[in-house]
Design a protein around this ligand. Structure first.
Ligand SMILES: [Mg+2]
Ligand SMILES: [Zn+2]
Length: 181
């Protein structure tokens, strides 16, 4: 079994503009593509786990998200990066679209997306990593049994002091540090 790098999307891979659903608006965080390539080269499966409550809120639909993710996959593939899976949670209990307005097991901090993809891909969770920019990402990683969950925060030192979690300013900084441990 191989380890995975589980990655939140918004704020980790792309700049979080809020309820993004068009490829034209997708803007990579500097250094993120190279960091993904390095994780892949180090033997990690690459799995995006992203809360997309914009679907439950009615801002965009599953088809629009699929189109965006197809474009993302194609863009990364052209740069030598293969995503092993993209898991999204479309739910929100107070959402406007009835079929998504449920209390699910996949909206982070719940661990459902991580557990499902780990099962499907044969992932060793204990040797895996989770990268996120919110405490709910870290909690999801911990609840899933991921070996190391890393908080990315603009003010990394402040985040570390507050939460007691190791924190880095970006995915690129975190990968620099972790792959050289
Ligand atoms: Mg995020
Ligand atoms: Zn869900």
């Amino acid at each position: 079994m191989r380890p995975a790098a589980f990655l939140d999307r918004d704020g980790v891979i792309n700049i979080d503009h809020g309820y993004l659903y068009r490829w034209e608006d997708f803007e990579f965080v500097p250094g993120a593509v190279d960091a993904l390539r390095r994780l892949q080269a180090a033997g990690y499966a690459l799995v995006i786990v992203t809360n997309q409550s914009g679907i439950a809120r009615g801002y965009y639909d599953e088809a629009a998200l699929q189109t965006l993710h197809d474009a993302l996959r194609a863009h990364l593939a052209a740069q030598g990066v293969t995503l092993d899976a993209i898991e999204h949670c479309p739910h929100l209990p107070e959402g406007l679209v009835a079929r998504y307005a449920i209390d699910c097991d996949c909206r982070k901090p719940a661990p459902g997306m991580i557990l499902r993809s780990a099962q499907a891909l044969g992932i060793d969770l204990g040797r895996s990593l989770m990268f996120g920019d919110k405490p709910s990402d870290i909690e999801a990683g911990q609840r899933a049994g991921v070996g190391r969950s890393v908080l990315l925060a603009k003010n990394a030192n402040l985040a570390a002091a507050k939460g007691g979690q190791p924190a880095f300013a970006s995915l690129a900084d975190a990968v620099d540090a972790l792959l050289h441990d």
